[in-house]
Write a protein that binds this ligand. Structure first.
Ligand SMILES: Cc1cc2nc3c(=O)[nH]c(=O)nc-3n(C[C@H](O)[C@H](O)[C@H](O)COP(=O)(O)OP(=O)(O)OC[C@H]3O[C@@H](n4cnc5c(N)ncnc54)[C@H](O)[C@@H]3O)c2cc1C
Length: 249
């Protein structure tokens, strides 16, 4: 199969820790995707010669198919996120995608109330969904929530307002404890309770960001009555449950 390439057409340092990258297909064709989907970029080989392939959710609206945008947080020691800022306009990167079968499913969301909840960098897929064609007629029955730490400088509220200009419902933003804090999950479950206290059980949900939180939120939603098949989940990090060693009683 021939290699698929993207060309960088714009790069913007939007916060101390992040860049927005604007790509178009190198072959000049439209980039068709469904809002909330992601691409996998190959940013080169590591010191062992292994390709550094990482997933990035598309932040821009699926109504624009000439190009698309992603926002990447620079993690101090991260492989891909330290290479990408050095890209120059016109540079090309191998990619695959768009991926994301769940949001790509035309039967999702079903009619009724939808909850879109993101933690940390998961805000990118939340933005992609709010800007999507499939959510454009259903924003009134959608609640969007962004859970972030006090220190998080990935995207400022102003930058998010720019990105979501034209979208009627801006996400409710809540502060949560740092990633390693043992109180993080319980604090999120409290917030979830306060949000859902006033409304009905979501028919549909999409969760993105910290896997440790998303697994708990999904369990809670299922307990409340949301069908598991209508809950989409994308863990950007903490993708697997922590291994619990079964000691002798
Ligand atoms: C479906 C999907 C969509 C994603 N979309 C985005 C996106 O839109 N923007 C974005 O910046 N990242 C996104 N990610 C995360 C991204 O794929 C990489 O994991 C991230 O850029 C780190 O890659 P790296 O090579 O720099 O770090 P690595 O060398 O792989 O190591 C960094 C470590 O940090 C962890 N990590 C990743 N993200 C975070 C975080 N936010 N906070 C703390 N630790 C983290 C990783 O799990 C890993 O253990 C997404 C991941 C998935 C699975």
């Amino acid at each position: 199969m021939s290699q698929k390439l993207l060309k960088l057409i714009h790069k913007e340092n939007v916060s101390p820790s992040s860049y927005i990258y604007h790509f178009e297909r190198s072959d000049g064709h439209a980039f068709d995707f469904v809002g909330g989907q992601y691409v996998i970029l190959n940013s080169g080989d590591d010191s062992d010669g292994k390709a550094i392939k990482r997933a990035y959710s598309i932040l821009s609206s699926d109504s624009e198919t000439e190009s698309f945008r992603i926002c990447v947080k620079c993690l101090g020691t991260g492989k891909a996120s330290s290479i990408l800022p050095a890209l120059k306009l016109g540079d090309e990167l191998e990619y695959s995608g768009p991926w994301g079968k769940f949001v790509g499913d035309p039967t999702w969301p079903s009619p009724g109330f939808s909850l879109i909840l993101a933690t940390d960098t998961g805000i990118t897929s939340l933005a992609g969904l709010l800007l999507s064609k499939k959510f454009s007629g259903r924003l009134e029955s959608t609640t969007a929530v962004w859970l972030k730490t006090k220190e998080e400088d990935f995207l400022s509220e102003n930058e998010l307002k720019n990105i979501l200009s034209g979208v009627s419902n801006f996400p409710n933003i809540f502060q949560i404890p740092p990633i390693s804090d043992p109180e993080r999950v319980s604090s999120v479950l409290e917030i979830l309770k306060s949000i859902l206290g006033d409304c009905t059980v979501p028919e549909n949900a999409f969760l993105s960001g910290d896997g440790n939180i998303l697994r708990e939120v999904r369990s809670e939603l299922v307990r409340l009555g949301t069908l598991e098949s209508r809950i989409g989940m994308e863990a950007f990090f903490n993708t697997h449950s922590p291994i619990v060693s079964l000691g002798k009683a």
